[in-house]
Design a protein around this ligand. Structure first.
Ligand code: VG1
Ligand code: CO
Length: 548
């Protein structure tokens, strides 16, 4: 076996963000860029030699090239076996499920999630640990530190090492390493069938229930087709945009009202009837958007509804253990936890912060406002899983999506919620806005805006209750006495300029006011945010680019 030691020099920008390392494809295509990062991952892991890893991606441009490179490096680094999704495809939740099922040491996921793909688009890579979840901050920092000093990487070289045929299921070898190409869908679909009442959902479809699932030309097409159409009997054509494409058909594989345009047009037709249920997922399959007939479910509300009903799904008959949400997500789920008498944790943004809580069984469901919901069945958020939760719930309750949501609001009250994104603003403007805000934050408590005083204002810091690790600087939160909040954060997934996210919520108990337009209901808060942070003046932007 010819293992080549290639000398290299560090790149200074390989610190993983909210979810892995994401850069323009052209950055990843620079000589040694991918190799440096992968070797830094391998070097940061203990006892890697002789282990089994899982590898796959969301099918975006550069996926296949990157897989061939990583396979040659894995072999040269004495990894014993790699499980690779057929065609190089695996959704993020499927990687998590496969790591767990096969008790692998970890896995590499090639994706930039909801960021656009194609030669001009983004690429990304992230490492998941043995529990199936994203590497915790301690490990991502170690990987970054290693990348700053790397001087060589190991890779197999020579003509005798042919490329692995990613489309042929079964075992192949590469040097001393075994490469097993596995069906990307089966393990995951089997897991879903254990968690939900497939017979009940089948009956729902056979009785004429209609839905549209928009895979947005990203990874969930094959998963949704197998589960919804093949196993659950949904009409063929239920899954739209179901072929994964390298550039996602030129779209932005982000399931929200702006980017999932085709789905939204179907569920909110100008005239005529709409399907009963609509859903979409993102580039790598971990996000979900839930729609009813002419009705949109806010992700934070979806989390609250699923938490309140979790024990009615077969895989969760032991009941709700506890819940967690990312700090900027609405507090709707907090009310469910309170009523059910279970703990509720507020974590920084990013799924890696849920791992310890799930592992220690402090919680069994968690979510983020950014269209992410998941449970202890894997250690990632899971788009198709969330869709199945809703289908199972609709089948049980025999109610529409809107009916379920309104009943929830009547019981718990409604948390009006919106997020405003200002994309690709100047780094210098973003930094000024945050340093001004940080200077101001200490003096905000007690100030009155409209009808309410500010009762808490800080830069969010989280102490993990399991390992006591501390994460600082996770976003500015401002809490009003009237159960309203404004949060400011900078995105950690963008690849161009800076993205400012401003999150707004306000609680409304009175059912007579549960039908107000969200932007109108939150308009005063939106104004206060500008008064406090001078968004327009500092960024030069008069309106946000995306409102969700
Ligand atoms: C965004 C979301 C965050 C999510 C992350 C990864 O991060 O806000 O909630 O965990 O994307 O999601 P940021 O730092 O840009 O706000 V995924 O589906 O892109 O892996
Ligand atoms: Co994603």
């Amino acid at each position: 076996m010819t293992v080549q030691l290639v000398s290299t020099q560090p790149f200074d920008d390989q610190r993983p963000g909210t979810s892995g390392l994401r850069k323009k494809v052209s950055v990843f295509q620079q000589a040694h860029y991918l190799e440096n990062f992968v070797q830094s991952v391998f070097d940061s892991l203990d006892n890697l030699k002789g282990q089994t890893l899982v590898l796959g991606g969301d099918g975006r441009y550069y996926n296949r090239d990157a897989i061939q490179t990583i396979l040659k490096m894995a072999s040269a680094n004495d990894i014993k076996k790699i499980l690779v999704g057929g065609g190089g495809l695996l959704s993020t939740p499927a990687v998590s499920a496969i790591i767990r099922k096969h008790q692998a040491y970890g896995g590499l996921i090639l994706s930039a999630s909801h960021n656009p793909g194609g030669p001009e688009g983004d690429f990304g890579i992230k490492y998941n640990i043995a529990n199936g979840g994203p590497a915790p901050e301690k490990l991502t920092e170690a990987i970054f530190a290693r990348s700053q000093h790397i001087s060589e990487y190991k890779i197999l070289s020579g003509e005798e090492f042919n490329e692995i045929d990613l489309d042929r299921l079964g075992v192949q070898s590469l040097g001393d390493m075994e490469v097993e190409i596995i069906d990307p869908v089966n393990d995951y679909a089997d897991l879903m069938s254990q968690l939900f009442d497939f017979d009940l959902i089948k009956t729902l479809f056979s009785e004429g229930f209609t839905m549209v699932f928009d895979a947005m030309h990203a990874i969930t097409g094959p998963y949704a087709r197998e589960i919804l159409e093949n196993r659950l009997g949904a009409a063929s054509g239920t899954v739209i945009n179901g072929e994964p494409l390298e550039d996602f058909g030129g779209g932005h594989p982000d399931p929200n009202l702006v980017h999932a345009k085709e789905l939204v047009e179907r569920l909110f037709p100008v005239e005529g009837d709409a399907p009963d249920f609509g859903a979409a997922s993102d580039g790598d399959g971990d996000r979900n958007m839930i729609l009813g007939k002419r009705f949109y479910v806010t992700p934070s509300d979806s989390l609250a509804v699923l938490a309140a009903n979790l024990d009615s799904f077969p895989g969760y008959s032991n009941g709700l253990l506890g819940v967690a949400r990312s700090m900027p997500s609405s507090m709707a789920v907090d009310r469910v936890a309170e009523k059910m008498g279970v703990e509720c944790f507020e974590t920084p943004t990013g799924w890696k912060f849920f791992g310890n809580l799930l592992d220690s069984q402090r919680i069994n469901i968690c979510g983020e406002e950014s269209f992410g919901t998941g449970s202890d069945h894997v250690r990632e958020k899971d788009g198709v899983w969330a869709v199945l939760c809703w289908l199972n719930l609709i089948a049980l309750r025999k109610q529409s999506v809107e009916g379920i949501m309104r009943a929830h609001w009547r019981e718990y009250g409604r948390n009006y919620y919106t997020r405003h994104d200002y994309e690709n603003i100047k780094q210098s403007a973003a930094q000024k806005l945050f340093s001004d805000l940080r200077n101001k934050v200490g003096s905000l408590v007690g100030k009155c805006y409209g009808d309410s005083d500010i009762i808490l204002a800080d830069d969010f810091q989280y102490t993990d209750p399991v390992d006591n690790s501390i994460s600082e600087g996770q976003g500015i939160r401002i809490l009003f006495k009237s159960d309203a909040r404004i949060i400011f954060r900078l995105s950690g997934t963008g690849t161009q300029g800076a993205t400012l996210r401003v999150y707004f919520e306000r609680y409304e108990k009175d059912a007579d006011f549960h039908d107000v337009d969200t932007q109108a209901y939150l308009a005063p808060l939106i104004q206060y945010a500008d008064d406090i942070a001078c968004i327009k003046d500092t960024t030069g932007r008069l309106i946000p680019d995306v409102i969700t």
